[in-house]
Design a protein around this ligand. Sequence first.
Ligand code: NAD
Ligand code: TYD
Length: 355
Amino acid sequence: MTILVTGGAGFIGSNFVLDWLADAAAEPVVNLDALTYAGNRRNLAALEGDARHVFVHGDIGDRALLDRLLAEHRPRALVHFAAESHVDRSIHGPGAFIKTNIEGTFTLLEAARAHWNGLAGDAKAAFRFLHVSTDEVYGSLGPGEPAFTEANPCQPNSPYAASKAASDHLVRAWHHTYGLPVLTTNCSNNYGPFQFPEKLIPLVIVNALAGKPLPIYGDGMQVRDWLYVGDHCSAIRAVLARGRCGEVYNIGGWNEKPNRDIVHAICALLDELRPDAAGPRARLITHVKDRPGHDRRYAIDARKIERELGWRPRQTFETGIRRTVQWYLENAAWVAAVQSGSYRDWVATHYAARG
Ligand code: NAD
Ligand code: TYD
């Protein structure tokens, strides 16, 4: 038995594959990834020479490739991470988000449906398509509003969130119309090892270490619910193993924090772990122009997954952020390698416009 993972060279996907294969008894993984700017084979370096990991460089929009992989490996499950994932990039150029997140998910669903239709008996009953999605599909909350439950309507506000919401709808429809055994997870903001330094937490860590400005959009009082990536991976494993087909599971860390607090927490940890002779890192904080349409608050009500599947996060924000900062301190070579020409171009054009 094998599982097929898409996007397994990205941040969460690579953490998932590494965690999965850390279990000596785990099923092998076929890892399909297009290696966009966000995909990085270095994330999987620990699996070099491990026959249980088969890496395939390819696009989820390539139906012929999908058919070949499904026929060859006959996976018992498909775990779908592959996506364009950065809100700011979706504002600069939404086309890639429509292509991968919507059309790519459609192609994957169709290939999975054909594969599943060809199965029989126990293999057909056991097959699962797990779609990894985000809390951003639910839109933005006011300060006193209750956290998102699975019953909240989809009210996406950014091109990224809209493309993920569209993919969630496709997944739902393939279950209701064709009976495909799907599971959908909507998770809050992740952080941890291997996160590309375009996202807030790794960007602040690498800029602070380099003595560069730490850009906070607007007033910095936007609230996100932060979850350590290892906890997201354990939640996905729980949903895959025990989730009910056709159901949606919200995943969150019960860790609502405004961006300003996140940035200050990272500064304080770096000052402790790697003091800077020039003074406290918080001196580098700069408020820059806000993101257009910036969602004010996300919060996840994760009681359903706790009640039905017994899952709870193991890391608090304090333990998770300390591990994360330590990982970036210990992996300077990884950081240097991802700061390629295209990364520098993104940072230069995006932040130049924010002033
Ligand atoms: P990421 O951008 O770090 O990685 C995405 C991966 O997908 C990359 O390896 C990339 O090469 C690959 N990819 C992109 N387009 C592809 C295509 N057409 N075919 C095959 N591979 C392709 O993203 P991430 O942060 O790891 O997020 C993974 C998933 O989790 C996404 O679906 C995202 O929407 C979801 N999610 C992310 C967060 C978060 O905080 N990062 C939170 C909730 C949900
Ligand atoms: P991000 O990591 O891009 O995740 P998302 O937009 O999916 O929540 O951003 C997290 C929060 O941090 C979001 O409110 C935007 C804010 N942010 C900044 O203030 N400065 C930055 O340089 C970045 C990248 C994000």
